[in-house]
Design a protein around this ligand. Structure first.
Ligand SMILES: Nc1nc2c(ncn2[C@@H]2O[C@H](COP(=O)(O)OP(=O)(O)OP(=O)(O)O)[C@@H](O)[C@H]2O)c(=O)[nH]1
Ligand SMILES: [Zn+2]
Length: 362
């Protein structure tokens, strides 16, 4: 496979040039399992792990490669002689990510884990059945803004929806220009509208609650992929079915689909930036409130309550905003507590060292 077919773009070139000079090759992570990685580069698929130096210098779990990452690779063989015919390789660096999806453990930055990297477009899937929920769409939009990937709202199960027009109108109120595509994954309807996001070398991922139709859509996108997988297999000298069981798959259109259990389980968390981006209407109104610290409850001159009274803002949207703001504040408090605890531990350690210091001991 060529690098552009794997999703390489000019944006990575300057970041990679020092590694190229040192003799490394660029490769993309297509699978991760307990510190072992499957990667693709121009000469095929390799199995790899990070170098000892990498491990030593890594400051957090976030530093480690994730599916979708571009890495600097060196070929290795057991006797230490570099050779590209050997299928083992060492990862020496992770290139800066264009986007990343992070699993956040409540209140602990150190436990944050990257579960997908360099996704160009994320399909936020919502069902047009009982799953339809504007508040959930808001949360997924926040997650998307936070990741750096471009969101597209995909409304699935259009076949079950008698009032699509109403649904679309409701959604537009929270989507602020994010494209909305209605499909029926089961019946293969409307999929054509997704094609423009499935350009060769583009990486897409699906997010949405369980049962929304992610697998159904994936299967329909993969359905005609036989030829493409052939091309990938031809690159593998051992003729293994290299695309099966991979978290990054080549679609017939030439786009890459990133699908991992981690992505499927991803829960939206609020961050300051994503909150502002998702609720720019509420925040714009808030700047018009008479009091700067207006809580948008009973205060006089509250522009937010004014908008609700005049029917231009849905009160449920304000409630959603305030709920997420509360969640954000909770997370920040937890993080502060953790930081304080870590600081306390550090001083304990220092005191202990001082106590045991030979010159200071009586
Ligand atoms: N009527 C209708 N049913 C659909 C459509 N797409 C998916 N389904 C059905 O919805 C159910 C769940 O679909 P899945 O594709 O398994 O959903 P998922 O998002 O992958 O679910 P998880 O694997 O739990 O995350 C299945 O019974 C599908 O047949 C659709 O467009 N219309
Ligand atoms: Zn106000």
């Amino acid at each position: 496979m060529t690098l552009p077919a794997l999703g390489w773009s000019d944006r990575f070139v300057p970041h990679f040039s020092p590694y190229r000079a040192a003799g490394y090759v660029p490769a993309r992570v297509v699978q991760e399992h307990r510190g072992r990685y499957q990667v693709y580069c121009e000469t095929g698929e390799y199995s790899g792990e990070v170098s000892g130096k990498f491990r030593h210098l890594a400051t957090s779990p976030r530093s480690f490669p994730a599916v979708g990452d571009w890495v600097a690779l060196a070929f290795a063989s057991p006797d230490g002689i570099a050779s590209s015919s050997d299928r083992h390789a060492i990862i020496h660096a992770v290139l800066p990510r264009q986007s990343e999806f992070v699993r956040k453990a409540a209140g602990s930055k150190t436990e944050e884990q990257v579960i997908a990297a360099n996704v160009d477009t994320v399909f936020l899937m919502t069902g047009l059945d009982h799953d339809f929920n504007l508040r959930r769409v808001e949360r997924y939009l926040m997650l998307a803004w936070d990741s750096g990937a471009r969101p597209v709202i995909v409304l699935n199960k259009a076949d079950l929806c008698p009032n699509l027009g109403d649904r679309l109108a409701e959604l537009e109120e929270v989507a602020f220009g994010v494209p909305i595509v209605a499909i029926s994954a089961l019946h293969g309807e409307g999929i054509d509208a997704l094609v423009s996001y499935l350009q060769p070398g583009y990486t897409v991922a699906l997010l949405g609650s369980s049962g929304v139709g992610k697998s159904t859509l994936t299967n329909s996108l993969l359905a005609h992929a036989a030829q493409a997988t052939q091309a990938v297999r031809a690159d593998d000298s051992r003729g293994r079915h290299t695309t099966t069981g991979r978290s990054l798959c080549l679609l017939s259109s030439g786009a890459l689909l990133l699908d991992t259990p981690g992505m499927r389980e991803l829960q939206p968390w609020a961050t300051e930036d994503s909150l502002s981006q998702t609720f720019e209407d509420v925040e714009a109104l808030a700047t018009q409130c008479r009091f700067r610290d207006c809580r948008h409850e009973q205060e006089p001159g509250c522009a937010v309550q004014g908008a609700i009274a005049s029917g231009t803002l849905d009160p449920k949207r304000l409630a959603s905003y305030q709920k997420l703001q509360g969640e954000l504040a909770y997370l920040e408090r937890r993080q502060d507590q953790q930081a304080q605890l870590a600081e306390k531990q550090r001083w304990k350690q220092i005191h202990k060292q001082l106590r045991n210091h030979p010159k200071l001991r009586q």
